[in-house]
Ligand binder design. Structure first.
Ligand code: ATP
Ligand code: MG
Length: 718
């Protein structure tokens, strides 16, 4: 069969093993996804299975779309069956069968902002404030109660009439109950379902309605799941139910690419698959068809530093290519300039922009990169997120600055009531009317009406004072200082802190950094007006010119499963990648797997960059340990790193690693090792107690052995 010709032996086996439980464990770029999509085509074209009887689960919507296109190209059929994420598939089930739980077909799928809107109503109705609980902790609380603490609440929620739910809400006295029942009431009132509900609800319908369950089980003759290393317990449960009738389940995964344990994924489902299902056939694939040997040797050397893994190397099949190029820039602007320079060189060599992708760990890193690209007029597009200067908090912050200079209506509308100053819709429409009648700005309207009864009990006066104070004093001050102060004095940052919005605070810190850099590059005399004019270039930038030949920017998480000819992995600094939030050994290993995922996306050439200097807060920046993990022989440096710098970096990283929770386990001493204790002297390790995290040591000068904590420094003595 023609289809099979483009596959290696192991892949062919995966494709033609259509019956029973099949597991593929293989490394990045070894053709797992290709085998999976060919298998789909084989089932349809070879066996004559109807596409509507196949379920193919992918990890992201983007990969589902790509898969649909591949299948369509392979089968030529428009009906591509169920190719979707778990959540997307559940929406299909619910659209067909939610009547079984008295929900209409056109139920709403709620996202976080919908949930927040409902929360706003509840907070207002019950006089709660963010001090009682932030929105994000409320959402977390719902998730925990729904998934773990009270999974049976669905029974209540569904069998209870809406009024009963309302009563429960009215009678609740504790904040967490008020919010929980209030939210359930709101959900049911609008027939909404949030992300957590989709899978739970589907399982609930199956449990309560065996006939519906059997219908789906019978319909899904073949089930295939990609990226199985990141499946969580709920998805696993759903999969078990769905495969329970035909028992044809095909899964593929790579333990080295587990990057969602923070969201409940567990690689044990992949590793223990053969113990949980009968006569599982396991297929391994070793050859990599994606990347040059240079890239593979570097990533092998990186992932080899993980302790908790089954050792396996990616083997190249592609011809030699170019070196992995690493650039250590003096600061972030120069890092961005270097990247844009290299992109222009590639372009000159005939590479298209769309074959170039820039990957990063955290969204805020894009700011300098975007500026660099804009400066050179290189078209780009951001996946998985909003362009830096389009982000809410950045626009808000700039509007505060604009208010000081222009007091314009656009800025006023944006920030007058952010944070909340009790200037809601009613008062705003009064101001709009007044401003129209008197041909003045909204700001002037507010100023003139401060004594009006309508504005009693609001913080309008405070707002005016704030703007007036800064407007009178900003001249002569560095813009960065004005920005930092106004974000603080206005209560804006405080608002984000109570909301627990760390990502948005990070973005603001990055904005301050950008203002600071602008000042230092332009000299002392740059004023607020100059800055606002300069920044308008970025905020007005045309985000979609319709031209598809663009450089792509995305986070590493969003790049999972994809591949790109040229990859720039930027912001490879300690504190960014690995993220400074990582404080455990397990977390650090996951972070290293994430770096591995990032680097294995590259096909032809991989570029790695970082920037030195200091952060805005004055903390020195170090190159990421993931650069240091790679055997230096396998990297080409644009400039040989200074030995003293390398020493300082190693010292920093060693020290940081030692403070990770669980790090003691890394440098275990062996039994029989002679050690020196600072006070007790020289002794021999007799035993290792991992649970207690201690060593049993017999010191030469003592008659009986002692349990000594692993936290104590014990130098090896030979
Ligand atoms: P990841 O773990 O990153 O998801 P993967 O194992 O799913 O990787 P694929 O995306 O299926 O890998 O394949 C990687 C690349 O290798 C793709 O460009 C694919 O077309 C190509 N490829 C896969 N198998 C073969 C083969 N047998 N011969 C030639 N090229 C192949
Ligand atoms: Mg894949």
């Amino acid at each position: 069969m023609e289809l099979l010709e483009q596959l290696n032996h192991a892949q062919k086996e995966a494709v033609i093993s259509t019956e029973g439980y099949i597991r593929v464990i293989a490394g990045a770029g070894s053709g797992k996804t290709r085998a999976l999509s060919t298998r789909f085509a084989y089932l349809v074209n070879g066996l004559g299975i109807m596409p509507g009887h196949i379920l193919c689960v992918t990890f992201t919507n983007k990969s589902a779309n790509e898969m649909r296109q591949r299948i369509h190209a392979l089968t030529g059929d428009n009906d591509t069956g169920y190719i979707n994420t778990f959540h997307g598939f559940c929406v299909s089930v619910l659209q067909e069968d939610s009547h079984a739980v008295q929900y209409p077909k056109n139920f709403l799928v709620l996202d976080n902002s919908d949930i927040d809107d409902m929360l706003k109503i509840i907070y207002e109705e019950r006089g709660l404030s963010l001090r009682d609980m932030t929105f994000s902790s409320a959402r977390d609380m719902f998730e925990i109660r729904k998934l773990f603490e009270e999974p049976e609440y669905y029974l209540d929620m569904l069998t209870m009439p809406l009024e009963t739910l309302k009563d429960k809400y009215d009678q609740a006295t504790e904040v967490k109950d008020i919010l929980f029942y209030g939210y359930l009431y709101q959900e049911k009132k609008c027939f909404g379902l949030d992300y957590n509900d989709l899978i739970k609800f589907t399982l609930y319908i199956f449990r309560e309605n065996p006939d519906i369950k059997l219908k789906w089980q019978k319909r899904l003759e073949y089930i295939m799941i990609d990226e199985f290393q990141d499946i969580d317990s709920l998805q696993y449960e759903l999969m078990e139910v769905l495969a329970g009738y035909h028992k044809n389940l095909f899964i593929v995964g790579d333990p080295d690419q587990t990057i969602y344990t923070w969201r409940g994924a567990n690689v044990k489902y992949l590793l223990d698959f053969d113990q949980n299902f009968p006569s599982v056939k396991t297929i391994m694939m070793n050859d990599n068809y994606r990347s040059t040997p240079q890239i593979l040797y570097a990533v092998n050397s990186l992932i080899d530093k993980n302790r908790y893994r089954i050792k396996k190397d990616l083997l190249p099949t592609i011809a030699e290519g170019e070196s992995v190029l690493c650039h250590l820039a003096p600061n972030t602007t120069e890092e961005a300039d270097w990247i844009t320079g290299e992109i222009l060189v590639l372009k000159g060599l005939g590479v298209q922009y769309k074959d170039i992708t820039i990957l990063y760990r955290a969204h805020y890193v894009t700011r300098t990169i975007e500026e660099g690209l804009m400066k050179e007029k290189i078209p780009y597009t951001i996946y998985s997120g909003v362009q830096f200067f389009g982000r809410t908090e950045i626009k808000d912050a700039l509007c505060y600055l604009r208010m000081l200079v222009y007091r314009d209506d656009i800025s006023f509308r944006r920030i007058a009531n952010v944070p909340k100053r009790n200037l809601g819709k009613r008062r705003m429409s009064f101001l709009e009317q007044y401003a129209a009648d008197n041909k003045c700005s909204l700001y002037a309207a507010l100023h003139e009406n401060l004594d009006n009864e309508l504005f009693k009990g609001t913080k309008a006066g405070k707002f005016i004072d704030l703007i007036e104070h800064f407007a009178a004093s900003y001249e002569g001050l560095p813009v960065s200082e004005v920005l930092a102060k106004i974000l603080n004095n206005s209560g804006y940052e405080e608002m984000l802190r109570t909301e627990g919005a760390q990502d948005r605070l990070d973005n603001l810190a990055e904005l301050k950094q950008s203002v600071f850099e602008y000042e230092t590059t332009c000299g002392e005399e740059v004023g607020l007006e100059d800055y606002l004019k300069h920044i308008a270039l970025f905020t007005n930038a045309d985000s979609d010119a319709g031209d598809q030949d663009k450089v792509r920017l995305m986070t590493v998480h969003a790049a999972k499963g994809l591949e790109f000819p040229y990859v720039f992995l930027c912001g490879m600094n300690e504190g960014i990648f690995p993220s400074r939030k990582v404080r455990t050994l397990e977390g650090m290993e996951e972070e290293r797997r994430l770096a591995f995922v990032a680097m294995t996306r590259a096909q032809k050439r991989l570029f790695i960059t970082e920037a030195g200097g200091n952060t805005f807060e004055g903390i020195p920046r170090y190159p990421s340990r993931f650069i240091m993990d790679i055997d230096p022989e396998l990297l080409e440096f644009t400039e040989k790193p200074d030995d003293n710098m390398i020493k300082a970096v190693r010292k920093f990283i060693d020290n940081d690693s030692r403070h990770l929770k669980g790090a003691e386990k890394l440098n275990l001493l062996e039994k029989g090792q002679r050690v020196k204790h600072a006070i007790l002297g020289i002794g021999t390790v007799l035993d290792i107690n991992l649970d207690e995290e201690s060593y049993l040591i017999k010191f030469d000068e003592m008659d009986t052995p002692r349990q000594i904590s692993m936290k104590v420094n014990l130098a090896k003595e030979d």
